[in-house]
Write a protein that binds this ligand. Structure first.
Ligand code: SF4
Length: 240
């Protein structure tokens, strides 16, 4: 199999989570047995935030209730599996968090889900979408939304490969993670960071290494906390 392009989400699925899951999902195109409610929460929240900033970009208004309709749509799939937190509890929490996002001091919106393409060689490119590009204090700012239970630690922010990837496309832009904290007291916090030339070079080399591993059919299980939310557990047990 020749890999001609790789997105950060594919890289992350292979490298930061599990190569075998990548194989089941992206190569064999197997349907998962279930979908993790936490994952659905994250993607539903992203859709709601995207709709909010897209409305700003188009000089339209959208209410928190309308954004919640979008969020709740994600929970219609009968294959969702809940683990501890129920659907209504998640919806109530997301409503608070959406309102916090709407109150954030964000500059002028320049782009939402902005596509990026970084040519690496004549037959390989890095692709992706940037959540939000704004103009703040006369500078371009790139924001990546992360729904999480814990505050990101400084080392994770300083080395986050997703922001390094975006920085390849916009080396002069400021970068930050917007952490959407699903805690007892929900909060949304910014974590600014920057990248060096060496970090950009390193991330390109990492993309090339993962491309080679996929082309060489390097599939193996990488177990961790993420296995709880993996819909390929039975298939995984059959293979290993
Ligand atoms: S159960 Fe864990 S190790 Fe197995 S495929 Fe899923 S994520 Fe990978």
């Amino acid at each position: 199999m020749q890999v001609t392009e790789l997105s950060f989400s594919s890289l992350s699925e292979y490298l930061q989570f599990c190569p075998l899951k990548y194989y089941f999902r992206k190569v064999l195109h197997l349907e998962p047995e279930f979908l993790s409610a936490e994952m659905i929460y994250g993607s539903g929240f992203h859709k709601a935030v995207e709709a909010y900033f897209r409305a700003q970009l188009e000089n339209k208004t959208v209410s928190a209730d309308e954004l919640m309709v979008l969020f709740c749509k994600s929970f219609e799939d009968p294959k969702i599996r809940y683990n501890g937190t129920g659907k209504q509890e998640m919806i109530d929490e997301a409503f608070i968090l959406i309102k916090l996002v709407m109150d954030l001091p964000i500059g002028k919106v320049l782009g939402v889900e902005v596509p990026i393409t970084i040519p690496v060689s004549k037959d390989f490119q890095i692709i992706g979408y940037i959540d939000l590009v704004t103009e703040e204090n006369g500078k371009r700012m790139i924001t990546d939304w992360k729904t999480c239970k814990k505050r990101p630690n400084p080392a994770d922010v300083a080395q986050n490969m997703q922001l390094s990837t975006y920085n390849l496309a916009y080396p002069d832009a400021d970068l930050r993670i917007a952490a959407v904290l699903k805690q007892k007291k929900p909060a949304v916090e910014f974590y600014p960071t920057s990248r060096t030339y060496d970090q950009r070079k390193r991330v390109v080399k990492t993309f090339c290494a993962v491309k080679q591993a996929i082309e060489a059919n390097q599939w193996y299980p990488r177990e961790g906390w993420w296995c709880d939310g993996c819909g390929y557990q039975s298939q995984c047990r059959k293979e290993y």
